[in-house]
Design a protein around this ligand. Structure first.
Ligand SMILES: *Cc1c(COP(=O)(O)O)cnc(C)c1O
Length: 392
């Protein structure tokens, strides 16, 4: 007989999922009600309002897609790209590559703007791509590249799209609630995110928001959206205002309790306070790592506070360190991805995981494991350096 599964209590400091708040875990286990129950419909309306706050938008079409961040990505592309469309795609890590794949699967032509992994998207190169491809109807880029820990200038890129009469598709899976994100003020058109990064929520849901211009483009499509499940015109029959809330698919009722709770928590804390908390814990972690003798992989001005890429010291066994952290300290950190595999660790401080306690846990565990491996580090220096920057 197979028995019940009881996972250990890990500390999740990788690229996601990140630690889930106990309040959110409590919410998931509340009684399931029908997905067309009038009380559930009320909850859906509250979620839309709370998501508008998180995204800083008044977009009517602001909803959670019932699937992970990758589905939110796909929802943006399948609804906005028609066969033959030219899309400028910026790539400076893993996720830009997936955007290209999405464009091509929709029958579009992807014009790539490539930047080195570890660098932000170049606004100048993107401007040059528009000059070369005036037929481009969309610009797609990642605001916070989780594969490298780099932030790009989303405001400038969205403005550039507008100047060129193109709509923007922005990946904010890791940025939402972790760093400033102003959908309306920046003029972003199709924006998707995820629940398991800086929202302190369980994985599996993708908040999305579409500007009125994006909605108009969707309504005027000549070709049917290739995906039935992600076709926003159909989804709106269930999530839209002033509709009968007709059955489209069964909403993940309990997951949406979780999302609602995490958004209530975000509203209670306030967006600006949440950003400040991510920044403060990031600075303390970096101070500790540098005092230990490690170096950061990304230049200070481009770093994401919620995803810290650290260079793996010469001669250290990457996998052995991560295994020891997990087995001996119940601590998960992320490996490098793609071009950075084996070269960096990715230490997440996302959402509920962005706490002084986790900074201290990570520095303590890493110091113990690295010393045991015989790495040359400054023992005893990390915690005082970090604590000096932790105010609570
Ligand atoms: C995690 C992530 C995704 C994918 O989200 P899933 O929920 O894993 O599908 C997309 N883009 C970025 C930048 C991410 O960090």
């Amino acid at each position: 007989m197979t028995s019940s599964f009881f996972p250990p209590q890990r500390t999740l400091m990788g690229p996601g999922p990140s630690d889930v708040s106990p309040r959110v875990l409590g919410a998931v286990s509340r009684p399931t009600i029908g997905h067309l129950d009038p009380l559930f419909v009320q909850l859906m309306d509250e979620i839309k309002g709370l998501l508008q706050y998180a995204f800083q938008t008044e977009n009517e079409l602001t909803i959670p897609v019932s699937a992970p961040g990758s589905a939110g990505m796909e929802a943006c592309f399948v609804n906005l790209v028609s066969p033959g469309d030219t899309v400028i795609v910026c790539q400076n890590g893993v996720f830009g590559g997936r955007m290209k794949e999405n464009v091509e699967r929709c029958g579009g032509i992807a014009v790539m703007v490539e930047d080195a992994w570890g660098e932000p998207v170049s606004v100048d190169k993107t401007r040059a791509a528009f000059a070369e491809h005036p037929e481009a109807t969309l610009l797609a880029f990642v605001h916070a590249e989780t594969s490298t820990g780099v932030k790009s200038d989303a405001a400038a890129l969205c403005a550039l799209a507008k100047e060129n009469n193109a709509l923007s598709i922005v990946d904010t899976v890791t940025s939402l609630a972790g760093i400033e994100l102003k959908v309306d003020a920046w003029g972003a058109d199709a924006v998707y995110s995820g629940t398991q990064k800086c929202l302190s929520c369980i994985p599996g849901i993708s908040p999305v928001t579409f500007s009125p211009a994006a909605v108009e483009r969707i309504q005027n499509r000549e070709h049917k959206v290739q995906s039935w499940f992600l076709d926003m015109q159909l989804v709106m029959g269930y999530w839209g205002a002033n509709t009968k809330r007709a059955y489209h698919h069964t909403a993940p009722v309990n997951d949406l309790y979780a999302l609602h709770e995490s958004l209530v928590m975000l509203q209670e804390e306030g967006l600006e306070n949440a950003h400040a908390r991510h920044q403060r814990n990031h600075e303390a972690l970096v101070a500790g790592l540098e005092a230990m003798g490690l170096s950061m992989a990304v230049a200070a001005e481009h770093r994401l506070p919620q995803l810290n890429a650290v260079n793996i010291p010469e001669g250290v066994d990457d996998a052995a360190v991560r295994t020891a952290l997990l087995q001996d300290f119940n601590l998960e950190i992320g490996a490098g991805l793609g071009a950075l595999a084996g070269k960096t660790w990715r230490i997440g401080l996302m959402g509920y995981a962005s706490s002084p306690r986790n900074v201290v846990t990570c520095l303590t565990a890493l110091e113990a494991v690295l010393s045991r491996q015989g790495a040359t580090i400054n023992v005893g220096a990390a915690l005082p350096a970090a604590k000096a920057l932790l105010t609570d």
